[in-house]
Design a protein around this ligand. Structure first.
Ligand SMILES: [Zn+2]
Ligand SMILES: [Zn+2]
Length: 360
């Protein structure tokens, strides 16, 4: 017999869930497991709203299992640790990103790439934990996870503005490192200036590269250059500007999660350079071969990062004072925030103040 979410586990939990593809979120009673011997339990204080949350609550990727408690950018304070936990203690500042489990026996897992494990367990969105129960995300009062999936948040960083780094941050940090876009002197393009793009600019600048932001919105130029520190700005719909910039970029991180044309972006690349997609449009993109052949160019993809690299990213962010630009909201504003996010009306990430505003 299938148990109701509130009866699956001994520990009561409370959050906000979507029940159907309207995506409307409302209060939800469920439960979480006891603190196992390798588990860390924490009180959630803040949770970022990722664009994936919006896709999942509305079932735009077609694989949502309802009810769904979204949220994979959660941070808070440890309240309990299991007897075999080594890295954390009560009172520590911690977070959980997109992952809470993997197989730990495949090649990817052996290489600290749990994010590419075929048995990866996501923090929410239809994943089943090892015990067969559904995982629930961070729009909730508490979280429990194996210490391997817990990220330490350094003391000198603000918890609220660091929360989005757990997904948005690692999503852009990992490809910048893996594809070698982190060498000082390179000119790296960042397509889209939203939740992902704005932190991509900050990380790339901290790595010492020149950054060119490519956006459909001319009115983001001042912000990109004056506030985020980008070196130049291209309006992707301005043919003259795009033509003048052909063949000037050593790599591109494309953060756009809507369907958009790739050939002009590929045209911006130097020969042998790579366009790396980190956004996830819900429909296939057109990819003509000619722009790739001429110049031996590559279109690649990248999906978040492993736990070791996620910790490295947070520590790098702390060292270089990198946080997300956020708008903190109460939980009862979350449906309005989702509507605004769908329209791109946020600079640049909503973060829910769970600690002060989530009341059961
Ligand atoms: Zn995310
Ligand atoms: Zn694995």
């Amino acid at each position: 017999m299938v148990k109701a979410p509130v009866e699956e586990h001994p520990k009561a939990a409370f959050g906000w869930a979507a029940r159907d593809s309207s995506g409307l979120l409302s209060p939800f009673n469920f439960s979480r497991r006891e603190t196992g011997e390798k588990d860390v339990r924490f009180k959630v204080l803040y949770c970022g709203i990722c664009h994936s949350d919006l896709h999942v609550v509305k079932n735009e990727w077609g694989n949502t299992v309802y009810p769904v408690v979204p949220g994979h950018e959660l941070v808070g304070i440890v309240t309990e640790v299991g007897t075999k936990v080594q890295k954390f203690k009560t009172g520590d500042k911690v977070g959980v990103g997109c992952l809470v489990g993997a197989c730990h026996s495949c090649n990817n897992c052996a290489n600290d790439l749990e994010n590419y494990c075929s048995k990866v367990i996501f923090t929410y969105g239809g994943s089943k934990y090892h015990d067969g129960t559904t995982t629930y995300g961070g729009y909730s009062d508490t979280m429990v996870a194996d210490e391997h999936y817990i990220v330490r948040i350094p003391d000198n960083v603000p918890l609220d503005a660091s929360a989005p780094l757990l997904c948005a941050g690692i999503t852009v940090y990992s490809p910048l490192r893996y594809f070698g876009f982190d060498k000082p002197g390179l000119n790296i393009g960042v397509v889209g200036l939203g939740g992902l793009g704005h932190v991509a600019v900050k990380f790339a600048k901290a790595m010492g590269v020149k950054v060119t932001v490519i956006s459909t919105s001319p009115n983001k130029k001042k912000e990109a250059i004056d506030h985020l520190g980008a070196d130049s700005f291209l309006v992707s719909t301005d043919q003259d500007q795009m033509l003048a910039a052909m063949g000037t970029l050593d790599g591109i991180v494309d953060t756009v999660s809507a369907v958009h044309p790739l050939p002009t972006l590929i045209g911006l690349l130097k020969s042998h350079a790579k366009l790396v997609m980190v956004g996830a449009p819900d429909k296939p993109l057109e990819l003509p071969a000619f722009p790739l052949l001429l110049g031996r160019k590559t279109v690649a993809g990248s999906c978040i990062g492993g736990m070791k690299e996620t910790q490295e990213m947070i520590d790098f962010a702390a060292k270089h004072n990198i946080t997300a630009d956020i708008e903190v909201i109460p939980i009862d504003y979350v449906n309005t925030a989702m509507d605004r996010l769908a329209k791109g009306d946020v600079k640049y990430r909503f973060v829910i103040d769970i600690g002060k505003t989530l009341k059961c």
